[in-house]
Design a protein around this ligand. Structure first.
Ligand SMILES: [Fe+2]
Ligand SMILES: [Fe+2]
Length: 336
């Protein structure tokens, strides 16, 4: 059971854990050995710049810093590549996030388009460190929201670390989907799963639920109780009420556009950040069910975003099967 909600709020307000934001400052593409004029490179990198307007995407030499994550196009595109391994190498906690990502065309065969694809997928993988924000979140008030959210998480626990990463990543996806997202919606993206900090801090239990719908409802209500307590003295009543309602209903189908955007961001984060770990932990059978459930929550217009994600190969096959299954069922992927 959750402890009384005021304990969460008290922890969050009293803790002195800093929120260290935006250590990822740029992405550098080194076009060694590749063909292509500067114009061709600019054209190839344009979609990356559109998706991450605040993140400099440069061409040039690899920055000489231990905090530069160097990714080769050949390795990234290799059949056996698993993005989870890159996380392991760089460290998930924000203290060890890369300051720069360098994408290097080692083989000399890569086209600008292929290199740009890797840059986009790598930026997506690490977007939680890129400091995405908008007018509603580039504020002292939202820094306090981030600080309280961070203070709820004991990053010494691996599953809590994964949940923290998912929260930041869901928020990042939301800002990509909806650059004008308001305060309540962004806070809902951050806090939507905080109930797991109680029920799944040391092991996952969702797969054992006899009634998944009931489990999800309890999970969402638990998260809503926490966010209500943690933000009650910070938000105006209208913002707080809407944020709490979005969190409380985040597992349910909804005609509300903000709720749909939150669901899309949540699902995309599962695909881009959690999928590798999920299939490793749960195996293919449970992962197939999870993929079908996730796809059913997505709006069709969000599906092209999947192209910005590098999946490990066994997961990609399960995803393709899920997409085909949705079409065979005649409901169209994305209809909740
Ligand atoms: Fe959830
Ligand atoms: Fe989630």
């Amino acid at each position: 059971m959750l402890p009384p909600a005021r304990d969460h709020a008290g922890d969050a307000r009293g803790a002195s854990i800093p929120f260290r934001h935006a250590p990822l400052a740029r992405i550098v593409v080194r076009p060694t050995g590749s063909s292509g004029s500067p114009v061709a490179w600019d054209a190839a990198l344009a979609p990356v710049r559109r998706e991450f307007p605040g993140l400099p995407i440069e061409t040039g030499p690899v920055p000489e810093s231990p905090r530069t994550l160097v990714l080769s196009v050949d390795e990234w595109m290799d059949q056996a590549f698993d993005p989870f391994d890159v996380d392991d190498a760089t460290g998930v906690p924000e203290q060890r996030a890369p300051h720069a990502i360098a994408v290097v065309a080692w083989s000399g065969r890569s086209t600008p388009g292929e290199v740009a694809t890797v840059a986009l997928q790598a930026a997506t993988r690490f977007q939680r460190f890129a400091g995405l924000s908008n007018a509603a979140s580039a504020t002292p008030l939202f820094r306090e929201v981030l600080r309280r959210h961070r203070a709820l998480h004991d990053l010494a626990l691996p599953l809590v670390g994964a949940d923290y990463a998912h929260a930041l990543d869901t928020w990042s996806w939301l800002l990509r989907i909806d650059p004008g997202a308001d305060l309540a919606l962004q806070a809902a993206a951050l806090f939507h799963d905080v109930e797991r900090l109680d029920s799944e801090r040391e092991r996952r239990v969702e797969q054992h639920a006899r009634d998944l719908a009931r489990f999800k409802t309890a999970h969402a209500r638990g998260s809503a109780r926490v966010v209500s307590a943690v933000l009650s003295d910070l938000f105006a009543p209208g913002d707080l009420d809407r944020c709490v309602r979005l969190v409380e209903a985040h597992e349910d189908p909804s005609p509300d556009r903000d709720a749909q955007r939150l669901a899309d961001a949540d699902v995309l984060s599962f695909f881009s950040l959690n999928a590798s770990g999920f299939v490793r932990y749960h195996g293919p059978a449970h992962t197939s069910r999870k993929v079908a459930h996730a796809l059913a929550r997505m709006r069709p217009e969000t599906l092209p975003r999947l192209l910005t994600i590098r999946f490990r190969n066994d997961f990609e096959l399960l995803l393709l099967a899920g997409l085909a299954g949705g079409q065979r069922a005649g409901r169209g992927v994305g209809t909740p």
